[in-house]
Design a protein around this ligand. Structure first.
Ligand code: 16G
Length: 256
C-alpha cells in the first residue's frame, strides 16, 4: 500500500488519502478472498497511521457504501458485481473475456485431477470408458466477485501434464496445439442449489444460467465438455440474429 504517499501528495486530509488507498486496494482484488478487512490494529500498522485516522477513513467508506460492518464479524467489502455482456457467437475463454473488459480474472479451484470418465462424460467427449479425463472445477471471479462456477472435462491426452494447467484452461490447450475452434453451447435457466449459491455468493434459490459447452478441434474431435452456472445478475448473453439468405431476398423484394 505504498500509494498512500501519492494520495497524500495531492494535499488532501490523511483520512481521505487512506480511504482512496483502501478503495484502490479493494478494486485490485486485495481483500477478495474473504471480503473482510484486516483488524483495525493490523491495518493501522500496515498503513502506518493512527487508529483514529483509520476509523475516520473507514467510517467515510461505510457512508459511501464501499464497506459495511457486520456485528461481531468485522468490516467487509460491499462488492458490486461487474456486469458483462457476452456475444454468444464468439468462442472465447473466461480469462480472455474478463481481460478484454478490464477486469482482473481469477479462479478458486474446487476440484482438479485425472479420473476415469463418468458415462455422461465419455458420451459427451466421445472417449472410451477406459480413457482418462482431466477434470477442473473452478469458481471464476472478476475483480474478486464470483461470476460463474465452471466444471470442465478434457480428454487427458490433450493436456500433456495436467499439473501444468495454470490460470487459463484454453491457454494450456493452446500451448499443446489443441485450442478448440468451434463449440456448441446450450443455455437454460435454473434455480441454484445451496452449494452453488454459496460459492457464487447469491441467496439459495437465485436464478442462474446453466450452460453446457462442447468444444471441438478443426478435425471434429471433442476437446472440452464444460458445464457452468453463470450468475444471472452479472451476465447478459447477446445473440445476433439475421434473416436467412432466402428470406433476405424476399425482404428486399418487398421493399421495392
Ligand atoms: C469460458 C467457457 C468455458 C471454458 C473457459 C476457459 C463459457 C460459457 N464457458 O468460461 O467452457 O472452459 O472459458 O477459460 O463461455 P480459461 O481459459 O480462462 O480457463
Amino acid at each position: 500500500m505504498n500509494e498512500l504517499r501519492e494520495e497524500r501528495a495531492e494535499g488532501r486530509p490523511l483520512f481521505e488519502a487512506v480511504g482512496a488507498t483502501l478503495k484502490r486496494e479493494i478494486a485490485s482484488g486485495r481483500f477478495a478472498g474473504a471480503d473482510v478487512l484486516p483488524g483495525e490494529r493490523e491495518l493501522a500498522e500496515i498503513l502506518r497511521i493512527s487508529r483514529t485516522t483509520l476509523r475516520r477513513a473507514i467510517a467515510a467508506l461505510v457512508e459511501e457504501g464501499v464497506l459495511f460492518h457486520r456485528h461481531g464479524a468485522g468490516t467487509f467489502v460491499r462488492r458490486r458485481p461487474p456486469h458483462v455482456e457476452q456475444a454468444l457467437s464468439r468462442l472465447t475463454s473466461f480469462t480472455e473475456d474478463m481481460r478484454s473488459r478490464g477486469f482482473a480474472a481469477s479462479s478458486r479451484e474446487i476440484e482438479r485431477g485425472v479420473f476415469s470418465p463418468t458415462p455422461e462424460e465419455a458420451m459427451m467427449l466421445g472417449v472410451s470408458p477406459r480413457d482418462s479425463v482431466f477434470r477442473l472445477a473452478r469458481l471464476r471471479l472478476a475483480d474478486g466477485v464470483p461470476m460463474a462456477m465452471e466444471r470442465a472435462v478434457v480428454p487427458a491426452h490433450f493436456l500433456g501434464d495436467p499439473a501444468r494447467v495454470g490460470d487459463s484452461l484454453y491457454a494450456a490447450l493452446d500451448a499443446e496445439g489443441w485450442l478448440p475452434v468451434r463449440a456448441l453451447q446450450r443455455l437454460r435457466a435454473v434455480v441454484l442449489g445451496p452449494a452453488d449459491a454459496a460459492l457464487l455468493d447469491v441467496p439459495e434459490g437465485a436464478a442462474a444460467l446453466d450452460i453446457h459447452r462442447i468444444a471441438y478441434l478443426a478435425d471434429g474431435r471433442c476437446v472440452e465438455y464444460t458445464r457452468s452456472f453463470y450468475r444471472s445478475d452479472t451476465y447478459d448473453f447477446i445473440a445476433e440474429l439475421t434473416l436467412s439468405p432466402s428470406q433476405r431476398r424476399h425482404g428486399e423484394g418487398a421493399m421495392r
